[in-house]
Design a binder for this molecule. Sequence first.
Ligand code: SAM
Length: 228
Amino acid sequence: MNLVNDKDIVKQYFNSTGFDRWQRIYGDGKVNKVQLDIRTGHQQTVDTVIKWLEADGNLRGLCVCDAGCGVGSLSIPLAEAGAIVCASDISEKMVAEAYERATAVPGKLYNISFAAQDLEALSGKFDTVICLDVLIHYPQSKVADMIAHLSSIAQSRLILSFAPKTLALTALKKFGELFPGPSKTTRAYQHREADIIKILESNGFVIKRTAMNSTSFYYSRLLEAVRK
Ligand code: SAM
């Protein structure tokens, strides 16, 4: 399966059953136990990124690209904190939901824009590029190009999260079942941290902060890479 097909499948999935499933997981309504566990884990990832950016003390006015923004779980709180956020996602339905959620925030958010776009087609320059839990849709052979592209639009920092290739198969299986494809377990791609770091370094970055966010069924390694 090549990436064009992979991308089509991912896009189609997040415009249909995946949209229904993930907008519920990334919401606050009733979900099953596994989904609740994943919601909790994912929120930890979002909270960690916000904590890192707040700790730097320059979040207000910071130009941020949230690539693969989903329903805006990170983009919206970042915009509320004063960042200038460009949120984009390959799925029109996910972006439309992100837009709805942003407009529901009390007091209008003027500092957030939305686009339905493949992250590898994004252009422009951003101080910080963030891409959370999207690498799970990328086979290892396509990761270097994807990170190189995000690096090319990141002026000072790139923050990425991915499912590390170390954890128990049961967790992978449960998590993988929520993703599209004929073999749902293999469709959720895990990545070796050493490979990701090597790619980031070859694009001129060094690792500044790391975190591991995990619950029973969600596990995500978070890396903050800054320009050397
Ligand atoms: N980053 C969001 C978050 O953490 O809340 C969403 C994570 S969700 C597991 C993965 C998202 O990546 C989906 O919304 C999907 O449509 C999007 N996605 C997958 N491949 C993409 C690509 N090539 N370009 C842009 N978005 C992509």
